[in-house]
Design a protein around this ligand. Structure first.
Ligand SMILES: [Zn+2]
Length: 134
């Protein structure tokens, strides 16, 4: 059911916006993808891909962290290995790079939320963001 898989990811995007506007929950750099957290009791399968129909079971991640994260789950890595990889990811960027990325991300978020290019109605996430910023 490739469509169900895509629908689930579109729902996440509709709720939280594109992942690129978020910070990677592992390395704190720019996220690029919505990663399933492998924690949904009602987990769905699409071939070998696992996913969730619940938008709360996704985390924003960059591509390398997402790959590592999924591999660790595939290999049933225990909490120790998980934590080791997590801290490795956290050390990827120096503080100054993270600050610069965060600044550029804030500009992208602002453009996205207030952008005139968008014709579609604002997502739940955008409305929430506007409320916070006003
Ligand atoms: Zn990352």
């Amino acid at each position: 059911m490739a469509d169900a898989y895509r629908n689930a990811h579109n729902a996440v995007r509709a709720e939280h916006g594109p992942a690129s506007l978020h910070q990677c929950v592992w390395c704190w750099g720019d996220a690029a993808q919505w990663a399933y957290d492998h924690n949904d009791p009602d987990e769905q399968m699409d071939g070998r891909r696992r996913y969730s129909r619940n938008v709360d079971h996704y985390r924003a991640m960059c591509a390398p962290c997402h790959r590592t994260y999924d591999r660790l789950h595939r290999e049933n890595a225990g909490p120790d290995r998980m934590e080791r990889e997590f801290f490795k990811a956290r050390m990827r960027y120096p503080r100054e790079s993270l600050a610069a990325m965060a600044e550029r991300r804030a500009v992208r978020v602002h453009t996205y939320v207030s952008g005139k290019r968008r014709m579609a109605p604002l997502t739940v996430w955008q409305v929430r963001y506007q409320r916070v910023m006003s």
